[in-house]
Design a protein around this ligand. Structure first.
Ligand SMILES: [Zn+2]
Ligand SMILES: [Zn+2]
Length: 120
């Protein structure tokens, strides 16, 4: 397997890469993920920031809460990343924006109490 993982947004404006490894992952059912993605939950992969880089254009930042920033393509809107102020050494990447999301199955569930009833 190639040990460099790549991903990016729908339109191709934002591309990123990082070194393949086993990283923490989770499906998040919180209301912020739901609203900002327009989907019932978001699957996240937490990568050490120093192993991660953007390859061409950087995404646009939006402050999504008092303790976090979200990043999305300002051309097509794809949610790309989330960085929490309490965890600045990691960048959380949307697994669904990876070129091969099937290689990163989410291993945990967070904010399960906020899950929509019809998802259960
Ligand atoms: Zn885009
Ligand atoms: Zn969330």
């Amino acid at each position: 397997m190639n040990n460099i993982v790549e991903g990016g947004c729908f339109c191709g404006s934002v591309r990123y890469s990082f070194k393949f490894d086993k990283y923490p992952s989770a499906n998040c059912y919180c209301s912020i993920c739901r609203r900002i993605s327009g989907a019932p939950f978001v699957s996240w992969l937490a990568i050490p920031s120093d192993l991660f880089k953007y390859l061409n254009n950087k995404p646009k930042k939006i402050k999504s809460s008092s303790h976090g920033n979200r990043f999305f393509c300002d051309e097509c809107g794809t949610p790309i990343a989330c960085v929490l102020e309490g965890d600045p050494k990691n960048i959380n990447i949307t697994i669904a924006s990876l070129d091969k999301p099937q290689e990163f199955e989410p291993k945990a569930k967070i904010f399960v109490d906020d899950m929509l009833d019809w998802l259960k």
